[in-house]
Design a protein around this ligand. Structure first.
Ligand code: FES
Ligand SMILES: [Fe+2]
Length: 450
């Protein structure tokens, strides 16, 4: 018997066992790989500042084994892990007043890789002047340690996004290791339909009931990346939400526990996080949980935010496997896509077009860098770079179909993208006012007619 369409054949598992290769261009991150080179053009968080204590910290970032420390002068060093002399790990080094000293023969390295001493060599030895140990610029910022691992001539300014300079906002640093490729973790941020199923209808309400309402979906490029826009009918409200992807590997989520019940305009973010590859099959979500009285007031828990933890369900391996099977979360969905998700095995649908768009835009940027282009710096206003994630809840009684909801979402997104771009610290107020104007312009008739 010949089989014409084995992929569509019942009981056809026999025909589905050959796996295509992973999409190396987007998933491999080691030195010299196209994606690895692209990611190295940006400052990346590599650890929590609180993790650097008196001993050196072994870290693995972008497939490189490194050691992180803070010397007696308070300077942060990020060095190649293996000593330039004979390869002993500097994880066993002695953090010094200036730099770090290898335990084996005492070579002393400054934070920039300069070899300060080679005490086992004769005084006339020139060896330390003839080489410099591998090192990367590193700095502290609000509880995280960032590093730049790209070509020195292309080091960008450290980017400060608007959400990092909000008044009356506490930023609590956290990081969680995830045993799978970075991209499938990152793609979750442009896959809003999973919130209907994974976070509500399948696992029970993990965030708020409104997440289970089927939204209209749109995906839009922004000056710094892309956003999704979900628009949902919830009672007499229409809840419009956008999350940011900031290229290449930052994601921002609006309020974690938004319930869509109360009118608001351009309410900002609960999470700013990077998905930093550890290597091809491991990643780390690392960033900040924002606490203020505007986003999820009273619903967050600072005491559950830090190393390997964040205060909402399903983000790590912290629960027994049986519980994770009964009530799976993001971590379980992402990690179980295989160590590196194989795009050639997927069957993407209409609701996956955000994922497809993210891959397309990343691939374009990866190829641009591979062809020698420099990454353009983001546009700042008033000292910070505008971002776009928000919740907006409009009082808009009525009912409509998804197409009409999409029109409302489209107008909200257009307003958010256009308003207050040069307003600096006043932007939130400007955008909120524009959204209030927009809300007043809607009537049940305009909604249905759209
Ligand atoms: S191996 Fe480090 S000083 Fe010899
Ligand atoms: Fe999720």
């Amino acid at each position: 018997m010949t089989v014409d369409r084995p992929r569509a054949m019942p009981y056809g598992g026999y025909y589905r066992t050959k796996l295509p290769a992973e999409d190396a261009e987007l998933t491999h991150v080691g030195p010299g790989t196209p994606c690895g080179e692209y990611l190295r053009r940006f400052w990346q968080p590599v650890a929590l500042a609180a993790e650097i204590k008196d001993l050196p910290l072994a870290v693995r970032i972008l497939g490189e084994d490194l050691v992180l420390f803070r010397d007696g002068d308070g300077r942060v060093g990020l060095l190649h892990r293996h000593c330039s002399h004979r390869g002993t790990s500097l994880e066993y080094g002695i953090v010094s007043g200036r730099g770090i000293r290898c335990c084996y023969h005492g070579w002393l390295y400054d934070v920039d890789g300069t070899i300060l001493e080679t005490p086992g060599e004769p005084p006339e030895s020139r060896i330390r002047y003839n080489l410099v140990h591998g090192a990367y610029p590193a700095r502290d910022y609000k509880g995280l340690v960032f590093a730049y691992m790209g070509p020195p001539a292309e080091q960008p300014e450290f980017p400060v996004y608007d959400v990092m300079a909000q008044p009356d906002n506490e930023m609590v640093a956290y990081s969680i290791a995830i045993p799978c490729n970075w991209l499938q973790v990152h793609e979750n941020s442009m896959d809003p339909i999973h919130t209907v199923f994974l976070h509500t209808r399948v696992s029970g309400t993990q965030l708020a009931d409104a997440w289970g309402a089927m939204p209209a979906l749109e995906f839009t490029q922004t000056p710094i990346g892309m956003i999704y826009t979900t628009s949902r009918r919830w009672g007499d409200k229409v809840w419009v939400r956008s999350n940011d992807v900031i290229f290449p590997n930052i994601a921002q989520a609006a309020a974690l526990f938004e319930d869509g019940k109360h009118e608001k305009h351009f309410n900002r973010v609960s999470l700013t996080r990077w998905i930093v590859p550890i290597d091809d099959t491991h990643a780390m979500t690392i960033g900040w949980r924002h606490f203020n009285d505007r986003v999820d007031p009273g619903l967050g828990d600072r005491s559950r935010v830090g190393k390997e933890m964040v205060d909402f369900i399903g983000q790590s391996e912290d629960r027994p496997i049986e519980e994770r099977q009964r009530v799976p979360g993001d971590y379980d969905a992402e990690v179980s896509q295989r160590p590196i998700a194989i795009h050639g095995c997927e069957n993407l649908g209409w609701s996956d077009r955000g994922v497809a768009m993210l891959r397309r835009l990343l691939r374009r940027s990866i190829r641009a860098v591979a062809s020698g282009e420099r990454v353009p710096p983001p546009r700042a206003a008033g000292g910070t770079i505008p971002t776009y994630a928000h919740d907006t809840v409009l009082s808009l009684p009525g009912e409509e179909d998804l197409a009409a909801l999409a029109v409302i979402g489209r107008q909200v997104t257009d307003t958010v993208l256009a308003a207050g771009i040069d307003a600096g610290g006043q932007r939130e107020a400007v955008v909120a006012a524009k959204l209030q104007d927009l809300a007043r312009s809607f009537t049940p008739q305009t909604k249905v007619a759209s």
